[in-house]
Design a protein around this ligand. Structure first.
Ligand SMILES: Cc1ncc(COP(=O)(O)O)c(C=O)c1O
Length: 417
């Protein structure tokens, strides 16, 4: 009965099924004997889901009509849009963006922001560039509109981060497609925690500008985890400056998510932030993407948007939120340092991690054996095609301790059995 092209669809979400197995194991063997490294949300050192106090307090104080009513526009409330710009470009965003054009569209989470962009810019049948190690819904978004994912390597043969694979693919595809959509998840890449540094961004800028002589380039920068990056504000600003140096044939769409920034996953609030030096490009972005909002989800949670603007437009609350988030970011750093130190001591290979919720251990062709043996030992991870993802965000430090060595032994056993 399904429409053409929709018939063979079945979502295989291993994350939820593995999480279920971890829960069952905890009931059977006791919580203290099970490591559940599958959950992608932030948990504290007592294993409790993190609700930021600033966020919870403000949400509770919102007038009921601010929660129950529709948003004032399909594309989001004005204060929310302003708050999103502040959150990415800082309080001085107007100065920062002088001479450039932007448009903010509220979406249901970062997911809505990415899929809305793919939908509006990918021509049917096109290839879209996605990272080799990735958050898997990107693939679904491309397939949903009958596109084909083309994966670029994030690391060179020596295991260092590189833009050369991405660059080569950009140059090749720009020769044969009118539009080229590229998704980059940076910083705090899910699942590896890797990040492009300034030199890589500068290299990429040259490549993209050169490719834009042949095709329109739509660069989706998934910044879902940006607030957990470990760089200074100045370093982050320096990177953002680079996005002002693209040609008018390049459109950057930053995709923002309140899920991680406010640990408000269930409120489903995010945004597309389009940036270009062409007024025309931004105008058509606004028109077409608003159309998609109206036809897909109509409008975004008013309460969620109000929550964000109440915090971001109040200096004191903004600072309070930042401090609270920094507390948890420091916990993440501590967990990562502990894991990486022990990984080094036991010669466990880990993909280059810089910051964020996750890190990845490559397990190559032994992946399913490793998965089986890990689970036998009550260690539950998200299994990727050639590796396993450890969610540092949800495993307390006392459970991180010794984990790298255990995993190393299990991989050794899996390779040699
Ligand atoms: C890399 C990445 N991008 C985007 C998202 C979108 O999250 P949400 O739709 O909840 O904002 C997630 C969520 O897990 C993610 O891991």
């Amino acid at each position: 009965m399904l429409a053409d092209g929709y018939k063979d669809r079945k979502l295989k979400d291993k994350v939820f099924s593995t999480a279920k197995k971890a829960k069952e194991a905890a009931e059977k063997y006791g919580k203290e004997n099970v490591i559940n490294a599958t959950i992608g949300s932030l948990y504290d050192e007592n294993g409790k889901f993190v609700v930021l106090k600033t966020v919870a307090d403000i949400y509770k104080e919102l007038p009921p009509e601010e929660i129950a009513n529709y948003a004032s526009s399909f594309t989001g409330d004005d204060d929310y849009k302003k708050s999103v710009l502040i959150s990415l470009f800082g309080d001085e965003y107007k100065n920062f963006l002088k001479g450039y054009y932007t448009s903010v569209i509220a979406t249901p989470g970062g997911t809505g922001a990415i899929s809305n962009t793919v939908k509006n810019y990918m021509n049917r049948g096109d290839k879209v560039l996605l990272p080799q190690w990735l958050w898997s819904p990107y693939t679904l978004m491309v397939k949903e509109k009958e596109g084909t994912p083309e994966y670029y390597d994030l690391f060179d043969k020596s295991g260092n981060i590189t833009v050369s694979s991405l660059g080569n693919k950009i140059m090749k595809l720009s020769e044969v497609q009118d539009n080229l959509v590229i998704i980059i998840n940076d910083p705090c890449q899910n699942p590896t925690g890797c990040r492009f540094e300034k030199e890589q961004w500068l290299e990429l800028k040259e490549i993209i500008n050169s490719a834009s002589k042949k095709a329109n380039i739509i660069l989706i920068l998934d910044i879902a985890y940006i607030d957990f990056d470990t760089r200074t504000e100045k370093e982050k600003k320096d990177i953002l400056e680079i996005f002002k140096n693209f040609t008018s044939k390049v459109l950057t769409v930053f995709t923002f998510s309140m899920s991680k920034s406010l640990t408000s996953y269930g409120l489903r609030v995010g945004a597309q932030i389009a940036l270009s030096n062409s007024e025309e490009v931004i105008k058509e972005f606004s028109y077409a993407n608003s159309f998609s909002c109206r036809s897909t989800w109509s409008n975004v949670s008013r309460g969620g948007m109000k929550l964000f603007s109440s915090i971001m437009l109040n200096k004191e609350l903004q600072l309070k939120l930042k401090k609270e988030r920094e507390y948890y970011r420091d916990i993440l750093i501590k967990r990562a340092e502990l894991f990486l130190k022990e990984a080094k001591e036991s010669s466990l290979e880990v993909l280059p991690y810089k910051s964020g919720f996750f890190l990845t251990i490559p397990t190559y062709e032994y992946t399913s054996k490793v998965e089986y043996n890990l689970e036998k030992n009550n260690i539950f991870t998200v299994v990727l095609p050639e590796g396993i993802r450890i969610a540092l965000c949800s495993v307390p430090s006392d459970k991180i301790m010794g984990l790298a060595k255990r995993i190393k032994n299990i991989i050794y056993e899996s390779k040699n059995s």
